[in-house]
Ligand binder design. Structure first.
Ligand code: F6P
Length: 552
């Protein structure tokens, strides 16, 4: 493919478009009866099992997707990412989140320089600091043990760490190491979030971590000033040095804010915000809460998938297969949404995190060369843990719109319960649903079956399930820090694969800028009215009316 050509102009794309027509004739019921096909659609790596046999794809479809991947130069693009080339071309940056979890002796270059030693320098600093806080050798301004952490940050500086924290909270090992400690997150500029965060916290025993790649994000900086005031008002301004630390790429602004640069933990412009959970963004707050050893296992899990992604042939490569199937569902079968359905309450913040990684990465309207896309890229991601989601939006997924689903199950519960007298354990009960739902979606229920069950004829249309609704299943052996890291990396790379196939830049986010600019105009107007009584001006009728009402 020539550098500026669009993927939809390739023969392989057109071939897949034509192939859709054949595919429409086959029902998943039939596809599922071909055991050879099903067997070929199960892949295993490092304890993780992927079964994609319930995708509306034949073996031929998958072959055609590999050809499309070749036309998109997928392999070269993956290698360019790992080699530190400036694949984020609009910001002229490498994309090297894989370096954040590389082993100490790995060599990963950005612009000819091995970045791994810098990564480990910061990791060592985090280990040292978190151990001092956790052991009580670093104490608060009044000499008290710092048992609570508030991490301030938004978007990528919040959602990833929140997901990992939520997932670790009930892991037995992590529970032991976090005993008596609390980690809270402050993201929204809404003062309600501040109120909720500080309720029950004592500034004397709290350390605040300000997390911001740019250290300019309006919400984070206002929340940081608010928390600085919370500390100063109670303990005096000098206490800030003991109670506030920062994570940023902008160490100058950290210092200007009043945080000692020695208490700042760096990361680099080659880490995208939404891909930053494995940098100090996630590692610092999580190490304070759980200890560095557990967080290191999380990094190792992610690293295991990085190596798998880099070197495994596409046929056995979990992130590649997932990415290709997403392209198939979105661009060829016309299903723009995807439901992420972990059958684990510990993964309740996984879908919100992936929502940001995916939608901020791939919600683009132009190719990497700036050419308007004649097809829609990106996916609408949402999700909830099962079984809660079953009692919420599954109705629509079963009988309404077709939404490809990711079912994520865990073999061994973090917190097993087996009640005397119950037929199965609580985890078995959960997993019964995990195994049943994909088949309900795939097979459905026909009017003939309903007739046999003596369903009254007027109810038959309402009780019919068309089936033929695609899903895939991922089974994890357990949910410890290691598997949480694996899961994160699988989805990060899947999203990259999608972007590489669509030919877009998955690593910039210009689409978030316009709203910020307009908000600053409104902020100026609010200030002018509040301080000088200046009337609302310069806005369209609708905004002016709403603003006037707000100010009055
Ligand atoms: O929402 C846009 C965004 O730039 C995200 O990409 C980023 O993760 C978030 O804002 C926060 O940015 P920062 O870490 O610079 O405060």
């Amino acid at each position: 493919m020539a550098p500026s050509s669009l993927i939809c102009e390739t023969e392989s794309w057109k071939d897949l478009k034509a192939h859709v027509e054949n595919n429409k004739k086959t029902h998943l019921r039939d596809l599922m009866s071909d055991s050879e096909r099903c067997q070929s659609m199960v892949v295993e790596f490092d304890g993780i099992l992927l079964d994609y046999s319930r995708q509306r794809a034949t073996v031929e479809t998958i072959e055609k997707l590999y050809i499309l991947a070749e036309a998109a130069h997928l392999k070269e693009k993956i290698h360019r990412m790992f080699n530190g080339e400036h694949i984020n071309s609009t910001e002229n940056r490498s994309v090297l989140h894989v370096a954040l979890r590389a082993s100490r002796d790995a060599v990963i270059n950005s612009v000819g320089k091995n970045v791994v030693p810098e990564v480990w320098k910061v990791l060592d600093k985090i280990q040292d600091f978190s151990e001092r806080v956790r052991s009580g050798s670093w104490v608060g301004a009044t000499g008290k043990f710092l048992k609570d952490v508030v991490a301030i940050g938004i978007g990528g500086s919040f959602l990833g760490p929140l997901f990992v924290h939520t997932a670790l909270q009930t892991d037995p090992e992590a529970m032991v190491s976090s005993k008596g400690r609390q980690l809270r997150f402050l993201a929204n500029v809404d003062p309600i979030d501040v109120a909720r965060t500080i309720t029950g916290l004592n500034p004397e025993t709290t350390v605040v971590v300000v997390v911001s790649k740019t250290f300019t994000t309006a919400e984070t900086m206002l929340n940081a000033r608010t928390m600085r005031e919370w500390i100063s008002a109670s303990l005096g301004p000098s206490a800030v040095a003991k109670h506030m630390v920062a994570v940023s790429t902008n160490l100058k602004l950290v210092e200007k804010f009043g945080i000692d640069p020695n208490n700042a933990f760096a990361f680099w412009d080659w880490v995208g915000g939404r891909y930053s959970v494995c940098s100090a963004v996630g590692v610092l707050p999580l190490s304070l809460q759980y200890g560095f050893a557990i967080v290191e296992k999380f990094l190792q899990g992610a690293s295991s998938i990085d190596q798998h992604f880099y070197s495994t042939p596409f046929e056995k490569n979990i992130p590649v297969l997932l990415g290709l199937l997403s392209i198939w569902n979105v661009s060829f079968l016309g299903h723009p949404a995807r439901a992420i359905l972990p059958y684990s309450q510990a993964l309740e913040k996984f879908a919100p995190h992936i929502q940001q990684v995916s939608m901020e990465s791939n919600g683009k309207g132009v190719s990497i060369d700036g050419v308007a896309l004649p097809f829609e890229a990106g996916e609408i991601d949402f999700g909830e843990p099962g079984t809660n989601g079953q009692h919420s939006f599954y109705q629509l997924i079963h009988q309404g719109r077709v939404i490809p689903c990711d079912f994520i199950g865990v073999l061994k519960s973090q917190q097993p319960v087996y009640l005397k007298g119950e037929v199965v354990s609580n985890h078995d009960e959960l997993m019964s649903n995990f195994f049943a739902q994909p088949d309900a979606l795939a097979y459905g229920k026909t009017p003939e079956q309903l007739l046999k069950e003596n369903v009254p004829s007027h109810l038959i249309p309402h009780k019919t399930f068309s089936g033929n609704r695609p899903s895939l299943s991922l089974l994890l052996p357990q949910l410890s820090a290691y598997e949480i890291g694996q899961l994160l990396a699988i989805y990060e790379h899947r999203i990259a694969v999608e972007g590489f196939l669509w030919g877009i830049n998955s690593f910039d986010q210009w689409g978030v800028e316009l709203g910020k600019v307009l908000a600053s105009q409104v902020r100026e107007q609010l200030h002018a009215f509040r301080t000088k009584g200046e009337p609302v001006q310069g806005f369209n009728f609708s905004t002016a009316t709403m603003l006037t009402r707000y100010l009055e």
